[in-house]
Design a binder for this molecule. Structure first.
Ligand SMILES: Nc1ncnc2c1ncn2[C@@H]1O[C@H](COP(=O)(O)OP(=O)(O)O)[C@@H](O)[C@H]1O
Ligand SMILES: [Mg+2]
Length: 369
């Protein structure tokens, strides 16, 4: 467990990087610190293992005030992974992973077992990789070894500062997935810094959004997406990711304007001709002033083609919605009536647009992408 109590950091020269930070990371929890560059994420992280010292306030790790501990001893209890992992180039994989266990004077056999166990944890065959040197590894593999090195001596807490930031997108996703799997096997308390919202949403139990050294919002990924505290949060998350209740999405956001309409006193052949021109299989029928009357589908025209009727005479009544109705209502009407589309009309009944099943599906897909 890690607790920040009224922690502030002012650098020499006067930059207030962190202002009165209060935050508790529970045992086994993964908390992501996120926010724009310079908002104080790295400074907050580095105060936990005392790479920098708070100007005021306290940080408690596993019940102990970090100020009461020797910084070197403290760092051996805390794993630390940064973007450019900087493995020791002249030490092989096993030696790199064993760094802290050796400092802690574990015996050789225990160290070897631990190295192999860790390599297997990330599906790297120990026989194959144990003796390799960092330059003989891909960027993704080096970063994996960096994570294993941080985990080697069973730290109580893991600090990760944009650990996957320098990797290509595919490798980054692989390591994120691995970290998720790893967490199921080894329940660590993790404080993870990123500026990538997708990464935060994917990994975090809770997300802490910072701005100018202060916390703007702390919530679960779900909570953040559902109820962003203000416009800054909303912008930072991005409109597209926000979860919107289906009953809050309105018809005018999904509807198509200029549906194919025709006056009801026109004949069936005229209707068919318009369908051909516009490549549609149904028409919205309106009166002279543009008010909606009903729908005529292509099959109905074909069945009645011999009779000299007007479109109005063969049209089917059809439910409509207003621009400010919810999309949920549209979906319900579609399902109830097994309808492929719903016309949109204004208060006076005039045709404004149409919502098709495709419009609804595309809108949902847009929000999921
Ligand atoms: N050693 C330093 N000396 C002076 N100012 C610093 C130092 N390190 C960081 N800062 C400043 O503190 C603020 C927070 O930086 P940092 O914690 O690195 O932010 P982040 O990790 O969110 O990008 C920035 O304005 C940065 O310029
Ligand atoms: Mg940083």
């Amino acid at each position: 467990m890690v607790t920040f109590e009224k922690v502030s950091k002012t650098y020499p020269g006067g930059v207030m990087a962190v202002k009165n930070l209060n935050l508790t990371i529970a045992q086994g929890e993964l908390v992501v610190l996120i926010g724009p560059s310079g908002c104080g994420k790295t400074s907050s992280l580095k105060m936990v293992n005392r790479l920098i010292e708070p100007t005021s306030g306290r940080i408690i790790v596993s019940g102990v005030d970090t100020q009461k501990l020797d910084p070197v001893a403290l760092r051996r209890k805390i794993g630390y992974v940064i973007q450019d992992i900087a493995l020791f180039p002249h030490r092989n994989v096993a030696q790199n992973i064993a760094t802290v266990p050796r400092l802690k004077k574990w015996d050789q056999k225990k160290i070897q077992e631990r190295v192999d166990e860790l390599l297997r944890l990330v599906d790297m065959d120990p026989a194959l990789y144990r003796g390799r040197y960092p330059l003989e590894l891909s960027g993704g593999q080096q970063q994996r070894i960096g994570v294993l090195r941080a985990l080697a001596a069973e730290p109580e807490v893991l600090l990760m500062d944009e650990p996957f930031g320098a990797l290509d997108p595919i490798t980054r996703e692989q390591l994120q997935d691995e970290l998720k799997r790893l967490r199921q096997k080894v329940k660590k308390t993790i404080l993870f810094v990123t500026h990538d919202m997708d990464e935060a949403l994917k990994l975090a139990d809770r997300i802490v959004l910072m701005r100018d050294g202060v916390i703007v919002q702390v919530d679960t990924p779900e909570g953040l997406l559902r109820e962003p505290a203000n416009d800054f949060v909303r912008n930072f998350i991005g409109e597209k990711r926000l979860i919107r209740q289906p009953d809050k999405v309105l018809v005018h956001e999904v509807m198509r304007t200029k549906p194919t309409c025709i006056e009801g006193d026109k004949g069936l052949h005229q209707g068919l001709e318009l369908m051909r021109e516009e490549a549609v299989d149904s028409l919205l029928i309106m009166d002279r002033s543009g008010d909606f009357l009903g729908v005529v589908e292509v099959q109905t025209i074909q069945q009645n083609l011999e009779a000299r009727k007007s479109l109005e005479a063969i049209m089917t009544p059809w439910p409509t919605v207003n621009e400010n109705d919810s999309v949920k209502r549209v979906v319900r009407l579609m399902v109830e009536g097994n309808l492929r589309f719903i016309p949109v009309v204004d208060e006076t009944g005039r045709i404004k647009g149409i919502v098709t099943r495709a419009n609804v599906v595309n809108f949902v897909l847009d929000y999921m992408s």
